[in-house]
Design a binder for this molecule. Sequence first.
Ligand SMILES: *Cc1c(COP(=O)(O)O)cnc(C)c1O
Length: 431
Amino acid sequence: MSARERIVAADKRRVWHPYTPMRQYVDETEPLCIARAQGSRLFDADGRAFLDGNSSWWTAALGHGHPRLVAALKRQADVMAHVPLAGIAHEPAALLAEELIAVAPPGLSRVFYADDGSTAVEIALKLALQYWHQNGRPERTRFVALGDAFHGDTLGAAALGGVEVFRRPFAGVLLDCVHVPVEPSGHERAFAALEHLLRASADTLAAVVLEPVVQGAAGMRIYSPEHLARVAAVARDADVFLVLDEVFTGYGRTGPMWASQHAGVSPDLLCTAKALSGGLLPMGATLVSERIFEGFLGEPERAFYYGHTFSGNPLGAALAREVLAIYRDERILERAAQKALRIRSAFEELATCEGVGRVRSLGMIGALELEGQSGYLAGSGRRVAEEALKRGAYLRPLGNVVYVAPPLNIDDADLDELLAIVDASVRAAVG
Ligand SMILES: *Cc1c(COP(=O)(O)O)cnc(C)c1O
């Protein structure tokens, strides 16, 4: 047995994969078996290379194995891997909090650490609920989200999610969230409904939760920043909290550091994860306003009795500090702007291709819809991904939506190769 065969045999015998229909996986799939990752490339057990078209589930914004990140991880591991953050201070968590607030939208002043994106959202939901509970508005217990929102998979975060196939089994037990449907043609009516709801039902609403400007898992659906700006203003008038989930859109994925900057909006709570720690370790954070922080002061029973064992862990925090330093030193956002133009023109070119529907791009995201069945379970995207693998790129389509979200610091030559592979693979699959 080769090394690859041994790994795949054990995997198929024992591992239950996330987001994977396991019968089909075990019976029919020859999985990629990745042994190594460097820069914008993944290498499989046989040494074949694949450009990483989705930055390892949107985390590796600085590519794989950035030498400064690897060194920062080793340095911190030598000093201290973990201590609890409950009542203990340590340098990585303290200085990271300062540095995060320094780059955050104005008005955010405190950092509550999470383990990942889902728990960053979970924290935001609980903070909102508890704030109203103990600050005179206990009837504010409902949330509002977009129809095909995605905010993570814990039970709280899943309540906000609108992707039908993810939500269906739990629909009966989820906390109360109103979803405003988004039409295939655009977000106009969804936001009008959202604003109406905010005006009419503010008394029962704890928060409106949004992925700013790009709904990632829904299929890279992009909406006008004006919608976000208006909703933020209406929410402020109604005194309903605005939670912005920047887990995917943060760290320059859409251009500026935060997608909310497209609209000049400051939320009451901001969730970040994924690129926060550069894709080396799970790490998340929920940034909140001083008003919310102060709503938990006073008698001990007003405190936020919540935490994860690894909240603010020194390894993740040290990495996250180094990520911010690399963004500054390597001018990651400025340099990505040129690359974003290449993505835009490559996807615009594909718009004229037979079998391709809407195309869209923003920052370091390019996406297209394949005509025919839509939704997460549509199989057409998978055929493009198979073609791309043959040509040396790894894509992970969302149903009939094929997209790239490569590392922000991908070499121009690698980016051109990735885009050429996407072009050839789409044409091969629809042709
Ligand atoms: C991925 C994602 C999450 C969940 O993050 P995890 O780290 O997978 O728990 C939440 N919100 C958005 C917008 C995401 O893209």
